[in-house]
Write a protein that binds this ligand. Structure first.
Ligand code: 26V
Length: 793
C-alpha cells in the first residue's frame, strides 16, 4: 500500500462506521459494535487492492488458479488483515485514542471454523500465500451456516453442541445476488438427436458470498467465494393458501439443508446422500462460475487449459471431472475425447490421506440416482481409460458396484500430488501403484507449508520482535531469511532474548490455563503440547500412557531430579468415533487424578482445554517447548501443526512420518527427538501375531500404566475395557511396540531441558532452519510443477 493511514484517520473511520454502518452512538456501543466498526474500517482498505487485482488479472488476460475445497478453516480474520495491511501500529494508536481494549475486540470475533483440521487449514494458508504472491486465484467452498461443532467436556467426556458463527452479521463478506446458478439433482437422462439431455428432478440455487483475502503488505487480494444454497421457489403459495403453513416453507428448508452444516468427520466414510449433494453443489457452482468468467474473456473453450488451473483438494470435489465433461459435451457440443482432454488439461488432484477408511467411495446405485448423467460419464471415462491404456484387466474407477473417487480424480487429473516427500512415495507405491505405472510422471510432490504471517508474525509478537531486531523484517515475506539467525545461535545474548520471548508466551498461557481450567502450569516447566484431531493413528494414547508411566516413576522416587512438565492436549473427536472419544475421556480422567496428587503435582500437570480451534492454536503453539508429532509411521500424510511449532522454536519429539522427515532433515537430526518404527517396518510388525502383548510384557512401564487404568486408579475402569482390550490384542497403530522407545526419547528431552544453553541453541536452530515450511514455498512449487503459471510479484 502506498500511503498508510494514521492513527487519527483510522479513529475517524471507526467512529464513522460506528455511527453510519452500525447505527450506534459511542455511549451505547458494545464490544461487538466496536469490533464491527473496526472491521468495516479495515475492510474498506482491502477493497481497493482487491478491485485492482481483479481488474488487473482480467486486463492482462492472466491464467487463474481455482482452489476447490469442501473446507476452509479460516479462523479469525480481523487481526490477520490488520497485520497484512501493515496497520498494526496505527490501529493500536487509534484504539488507544478511543480508549478501547484491542485484545477484547479481537477476541470478540468468532472463528470461521469451516473445516475439520489439516486439510481445511492448509486451504486457508494457501489462500493467504496466493494473495501474498499476487497470483490471480479464487477459492471455492461452501458457506456452512454451522461450522465444526463446539466441544465441551461433561464428566471428562466430549459433548458436541452446534456452532453458530452466522448468528451475527459477518462483516467480511459481500453477497452477490447476480452470481447465482441452478444446481440440479436426480431426475432422468434423455437422448435427443444423439445428444444427452439431463432433466434434473430437483434443483437449488447456489448463491455467491465473497470474502476478500488480503496478502502480505496489502498489495493484492483474492476472493474466497463460498456458495450458499437457496430454494428456486421461496415457498409453496398453494399450500400456504390451503392453510398448511409449515409445509409451505418446505422448499426453502430442503434447499438450505445443503449448506447447513459441515460434516464433522475427518476420515471416516460417511456414505450419506447429503454429503454427495454438498460435493456436487460446490463443484457444479464453481465450474459454472469458472466457465462464465472464461467465456466473458475468451471464446474458444479449447483454450481452457491455458487460462485455467483447477486444484481439487482431495477427492471431495472429484465429480469435477465428469461435470466438466458433461458441460463441454452436453452444453457446448464437443465430442468425448475433446472434452476429456480439456478437462485433464485443467484439473489436478491433491491426495491428503492413504487411510483406507478415508478414501471416498460411492455406491453406483446412489451415484446413479443423485447424478444420473454423471454416472453415465463416469462409465465412459472408465471404459475409455481401459481402452487407452490397453489394460482391460485394470481394476478401474467403477469396481464392485462402487465409484472409487481417488481413481476417478487420478484418471481425470493432469497432475496428482502428495503433501510430503514420504507421503508422495507412498502414494506411488501403494494406493496408486498401478495407476502410477500407467501414467509415469503424473504424480509429483508438493510438501505442505503454513503462512508465516498468521503463524509467526501475528501469533507470536514477542518472537517476531526479536527476529525483526536481529535479522530485519524481511523474513515475513521471505521466510528463508530466518537463516540469518543461524550465525547468532551461539550468542548468549540472542539466546537469552529468545528464551525471554518464549517465557512471556508461557506466562500468558499459564494465566489462561489457571483462569480457564484451574490447572497450575509453572512457566519454568516443559510445556509439552499435542494439538490435533483425536485419532488412533495420531496416538494421543501413547502420550497419555507415557504420562501415567512417568507419574508412577515420580511416585516411586519423589526426591529424584525430575524435570517439571505440563502436558497440554487439544483436539476434537468425530462425534461417531467411539474409540477416539474414549481416549478423550481417559486423558481427562488421568488429568483429574494426577493434577491433585500432592506428591507429584510440582512435577507433572495435565491440561486439556476444550474446544481446540484455530484461535486456541495461536495461543498454544507460541508457548510450546515440545511438539508432539507421534503418529504411526506411514499414516500422517504430512502434518502442518508440526511446521508451526518448529518455526515458533519448539523442539519436536516425533516419528519418521509425513513432513516430520523433512523437518528433521532441515533442522538437523541432533535438534530433533526421534523415536519409533519406520514406515517400512510397520506392516511387518503389525503382522506378527501377539505383537502388542509381547511388547507390553517386555515393558515394566507400559504394563504398569495399563494395569493402573484397568484397576480403576483413574476413575471407573469399565469405560476403558474396550480400549485396553484393543491395545493388548490388536493395537493396529503400534502404541505398544513404540512405547519404550518413546519413553526413552522423553527422558532425552528431560536431559536436554536441564541444560538451558543446549536447549536454547537447539530451539534457535529450529527457528533458523524452518524457512522451507512457508506456504509461499509450497505455492511456488504448485505454480511451477502443476499450474504452469508465474507468480505476480
Ligand atoms: C475425509 C472425509 C470423509 C467424509 C466425511 C468428511 C471428510 C472430511 C475430510 C476427509 C479427509 C481428511 C484428510 C485430511 O485431513 N488429511 C490431512 O491433510 C493435511 C493437509 O495436507 C495433512 O497435513 C495431514 O497429515 C492429513 O491427515
Amino acid at each position: 500500500m502506498t500511503q498508510l493511514p494514521s492513527a487519527e484517520t483510522l479513529r475517524d473511520q471507526i467512529l464513522y462506521h460506528l455511527t453510519h454502518t452500525q447505527g450506534r452512538g459511542e455511549e451505547f456501543a458494545t464490544t461487538f459494535d466496536w469490533r464491527l466498526a473496526v472491521s468495516y474500517t479495515i475492510r474498506d482498505l482491502i477493497v481497493t487492492p482487491w478491485m485492482a487485482a481483479l481488474r488487473g488479472a482480467r486486463d492482462q488476460g492472466r491464467k487463474r488458479v481455482y482452489y476447490l475445497s469442501m473446507e476452509f478453516l479460516i479462523g479469525r480474520i480481523l487481526e490477520d488483515a490488520i497485520i497484512n495491511l501493515g496497520l498494526n501500529d496505527s490501529m493500536d494508536g487509534a484504539l488507544d485514542l478511543l480508549g478501547l481494549n484491542k485484545q477484547q475486540i479481537l477476541d470478540d470475533e468468532p472463528d470461521a471454523a469451516l473445516g475439520n483440521g489439516g486439510l481445511g487449514r492448509l486451504a486457508a494458508c494457501f489462500m493467504e500465500s496466493l494473495s501474498s504472491l499476487s497470483v490471480p486465484a479464487f477459492g471455492y467452498g461452501i458457506r456452512y451456516e454451522h461450522g465444526l461443532f463446539r466441544q465441551r467436556f461433561e464428566a471428562g467426556q466430549q459433548v458436541e453442541t452446534p456452532e453458530d458463527w452466522l448468528n451475527q452479521p459477518h462483516p467480511w463478506e459481500f453477497v452477490r445476488l447476480d452470481y447465482s446458478y441452478a444446481i440440479g439433482f436426480k431426475g432422468h437422462v434423455e437422448q435427443v438427436d444423439g445428444r444427452a439431455v439431463w432433466h434434473p428432478g430437483e434443483s437449488v440455487i447456489a448463491r455467491a458470498y465473497d470474502t476478500p483475502v488480503i496478502g502480505w503488505q496489502g498489495d493484492w487480494a483474492n476472493t474466497l467465494r463460498l456458495w450458499g444454497a437457496h430454494p428456486t421457489t421461496l415457498f409453496d403459495l398453494h399450500r400456504f393458501n390451503a392453510g398448511d403453513h409449515t409445509a409451505a416453507a418446505e422448499p426453502e428448508a430442503l434447499a438450505r439443508t445443503i449448506s447447513r452444516v459441515l460434516y464433522p468427520d475427518d476420515g471416516t466414510e460417511s456414505g450419506k446422500e447429503l454429503r454427495l449433494k454438498q460435493e456436487y453443489f460446490l463443484t457444479a457452482a464453481a465450474l459454472q462460475d469458472i466457465l462464465r468468467r472464461f467465456l466473458s474473456e475468451h471464446d474458444d473453450l479449447r483454450q481452457l487449459p491455458d487460462k485455467v488451473a483447477i486444484q481439487l483438494n482431495d477427492t471431495h470435489p472429484a465429480i469435477a471431472g465428469p461435470e466438466l465433461i458433461r458441460l463441454l459435451m452436453d452444453d457446448h457440443g464437443m465430442d468425448f475425447p475433446t472434452a476429456r482432454d480439456i478437462a485433464r488439461g485443467t484439473l489436478n488432484y491433491t491426495n491428503h490421506t492413504l487411510l483406507p477408511e478415508a478414501l471416498e467411495r460411492w455406491s453406483t446405485w446412489l451415484m446413479g440416482r443423485v447424478l444420473p448423467r454423471h454416472m453415465q460419464i463416469i462409465q465412459m471415462i472408465d471404459d475409455d481409460h481401459r481402452l487407452q491404456t490397453r489394460r482391460p484387466d485394470h481394476l478401474g474407477i467403477v469396481h464392485h458396484d462402487e465409484v472409487r473417487m481417488g481413481e476417478l480424480a487420478f484418471v481425470m487429473a493432469g497432475r496428482v500430488n502428495g503433501v510430503s516427500a514420504l507421503h508422495t512415495d507412498l502414494v506411488k507405491s501403494t494406493v496408486f501403484a498401478d495407476l502410477n505405472r500407467l501414467h509415469p510422471g503424473r504424480i509429483v510432490n508438493q510438501t505442505n507449508g503454513v503462512t508465516p504471517r498468521r503463524w509467526l508474525r501475528m501469533s507470536n509478537p514477542a518472537l517476531s520482535a526479536v527476529l525483526d531486531d536481529v535479522i530485519g523484517t524481511g523474513w515475513t515475506g521471505d521466510l528463508d531469511q530466518l537463516r540469518g539467525l543461524e550465525p547468532h545461535a551461539e550468542d548468549p545474548a540472542l539466546l537469552a532474548r529468545l528464551r525471554a520471548a518464549k517465557r512471556a508466551n508461557k506466562v500468558w498461557l499459564s494465566d489462561g490455563l489457571l483462569a480457564g481450567l484451574g490447572v497450575r502450569a509453572d512457566p519454568d516447566a516443559i510445556f509439552d503440547v499435542q494439538v490435533k484431531r483425536i485419532h488412533e493413528y495420531k496416538r494421543q494414547l501413547l502420550n497419555i500412557l507415557e504420562a501415567i508411566a512417568l507419574w508412577r516413576r515420580i511416585h516411586d522416587d519423589p526426591n529424584g531430579d525430575w524435570v517439571p512438565r505440563v502436558k497440554i492436549f487439544g483436539g476434537k473427536a468425530a462425534p461417531g468415533y467411539w474409540l477416539a472419544k474414549t481416549v478423550i475421556h481417559l486423558i481427562n480422567d488421568v488429568a483429574a487424578t494426577i493434577n491433585t496428587d500432592p506428591v507429584t503435582r510440582d512435577f507433572l500437570q495435565i491440561a486439556y482445554p476444550p474446544n481446540y480451534n484455530v484461535s486456541m492454536a495461536e495461543d498454544l503453539i507460541p508457548a510450546a517447548d515440545l511438539s508432539e508429532q507421534i503418529s504411526t509411521a506411514g499414516k500422517e500424510a504430512s502434518g502442518t501443526g508440526n511446521m508451526k511449532f518448529t518455526m515458533n522454536g519448539a523442539l519436536t519429539i516425533g516419528t519418521l512420518d509425513g513432513a516430520n522427515v523433512e523437518i528433521r532433515d532441515h533442522v538437523g537430526p541432533e535438534n530433533f527427538f526421534l523415536f519409533g518404527l519406520t514406515a517400512d517396518k510397520v506392516d511387518q510388525a503389525r503382522a506378527r501375531p501377539g505383537h502388542a502383548r509381547a511388547a507390553i510384557e517386555a515393558s515394566d512401564d507400559l504394563s504398569a500404566a495399563l494395569h493402573m487404568i484397568a484397576e480403576g486408579r483413574f476413575g471407573r475402569p469399565e469405560p476403558y475395557f474396550a480400549l485396553l482390550d484393543r491395545t493388548w490384542n490388536d493395537d493396529p497403530f503400534l502404541v505398544a511396540s513404540d512405547f519404550d522407545d518413546y519413553f526413552a526419547a522423553q527422558r532425552q528431552v528431560d536431559a536436554a531441558y536441564r541444560d538451558p544453553a543446549r536447549w536454547d541453541r537447539m530451539a534457535a536452530l529450529n527457528i533458523a532452519r524452518s524457512g522451507f515450511f512457508s506456504s509461499d514455498r509450497t505455492i511456488r512449487g504448485y505454480l511451477r510443477d502443476i499450474w504452469k503459471l508465474e507468480p505476480g510479484a
